[in-house]
Design a protein around this ligand. Structure first.
Ligand code: HAM
Length: 418
């Protein structure tokens, strides 16, 4: 019987994993250079955690199940809620700001397509204790520079502030529950279509619908902010965006203020942003985040919180499209005993090379010189051939690119190969 992998999941070959690890380590470097420290949380959580955050509706997107103790648990769909659960139980007293980052797999029961999987990896961070514009700019700057460090050149940051739409909703007397529905619809406008959104908005008057759609259509540099302020009267939210825009210059980021960015999840409260890569198709959002309130929902003291998550797999798809995938690090040395009587010596040499930090491999198939072909295929740079000259303390070193051969003293071999 042949087994296939579950829908929406992937296997990764060694070349894929090597590329993923290179990109991961570049991104990790950026998070650490901004002073963020890594944390980890369990792969599964109590189902309640995500219901509390997003309501029963979230269940259809979850991989949830009952464990053997009849407890409702779920594979995590994201890491912000787990991190905030952890914050409330263990970190509330730590000096602020608390700067945390994470890299982990997430699970969502979605319709799989290119760039959308049921198991995927998120690289993200949370900044806790401040929602000053410097902090929010740092978050956007970090997201952009982590994507750049990964090697991607097509990152388009779109920033908004929920305070702008919320003020318009409140001024027109839209009840709180309805505000959530409208916010979700606006977030999905590219999928549900403008007409659907207009119909919903017109329930509160035609003039209101026109004004909101005018705002949502606004997108551009700082010059758009005056218009946003005139349409909404949301002075504080707009001036926050102006400040963030100013600080972002220091991160080399020129943002687009785009009021169609509403974020689907209910816990966002202030600045929100998404980063797109135009080389990707429908799933072009490589990062999403913003300022949110979750601590009090999980029984803690309120704490200003801002964060984001980058879709790591989408970054890999983007790098492939941009022809910017990292080069694989080839170049081990391959030790070949020509005859059976040289096998022990070959094992001794490969062990010494490895112990001195050299990436070394040895013929495990007993193919003798025929193993040179395999050495070439795996990208070895040199073959160390152990033949009769070992009696005089010498090893034949063959350069697998040029074919050149040279005899080297056994005692000097590690130095020579390095
Ligand atoms: P999110 O927008 O749901 O935000 O996900 C963040 C990123 O994860 C997306 O922009 C996308 O690149 C990637 N992603 C989402 N679903 C999939 C999927 N099925 N397959 C591949 N990639 C996917 C959050 O998760 C928030 N926790 C972000 C955050 C952190 N907000 C504040 N702090």
């Amino acid at each position: 019987m042949e087994f296939s992998r579950p829908r929406g999941t992937r296997d990764f070959l060694p070349d894929d994993m090597e590329r993923r690890r290179i990109v991961e380590s570049r991104m990790r470097g950026t998070f650490e250079s901004y002073g963020y420290r890594e944390i980890a949380t369990p792969t599964f959580e109590h189902l309640e955690l995500f219901i509390e955050r997003s309501g029963e509706g979230i269940k259809k997107e979850l991989y949830n199940f009952k464990d053997k103790g009849d407890r409702d648990v779920t594979l995590r769909p994201e890491l912000t809620a787990p991190v905030m659960r952890f914050y409330v139980s263990d970190m509330q007293r730590m000096p602020k700001p608390i700067k945390l980052y994470y890299f982990g797999n997430c699970f969502r029961y979605e319709e799989p397509q290119s760039g959308r999987y049921r198991e995927f990896w998120q690289f993200g961070c949370e900044l806790l204790g401040t929602d000053n514009s410097e902090g929010e700019a740092e978050i956007i700057g970090l997201a952009m520079n982590a994507i750049r460090a990964a090697g991607s050149k097509h990152a388009d940051p779109r920033i908004s502030h929920l305070g702008v739409l919320r003020k318009m909703f409140a001024d027109d007397g839209v009840p709180h529950e309805e505000q959530r529905t409208l916010m979700r619809l606006i977030d999905k406008m590219d999928k549900v279509g403008e007409e659907t959104v207009r119909t919903e908005l017109e329930k509160y008057g035609e003039g209101f619908a026109v004004k909101v759609l005018d705002l949502v259509a606004l997108s551009g540099g700082v010059e758009t902010l005056d218009r946003a302020e005139a349409l909404s009267g949301a002075k504080d939210a707009v001036s926050k965006l102006r400040e963030i825009g100013h600080y972002l210059e220091f991160y080399g980021v020129k943002p687009t203020f785009d009021f169609s960015v509403a974020r689907g999840l209910d816990y966002y409260t202030g600045m929100v942003f998404e980063i797109y890569n135009d080389m990707l198709g429908a799933e072009k959002q490589v990062c999403g985040g913003g300022t949110y309130a979750l601590a009090e929902l999980f029984g803690g003291q309120p704490v200003s919180s801002t964060g984001f998550a980058i879709g790591f797999d989408r970054i890999l798809v983007a790098l492939e499209k941009e022809e910017a995938l990292p080069e694989l690090k080839k170049g081990c040395v391959f030790v070949v005993p020509i005859e059976e009587k040289r096998r022990s010596k070959a094992m001794e040499i490969v062990a010494k090379l490895r112990a001195s930090g050299i990436k070394a491999d040895v013929d495990l198939m007993r193919r003798g010189l025929k193993s040179l072909k395999y050495a070439d295929v795996i990208g070895a740079s040199k073959a160390l051939i152990i033949g009769d000259e070992i009696e005089q303390g010498k090893i034949t070193v063959k350069d697998l690119k040029t074919g050149e051969q040279k005899q080297v003293e056994e005692a000097q071999i590690a130095e020579y190969v390095k």
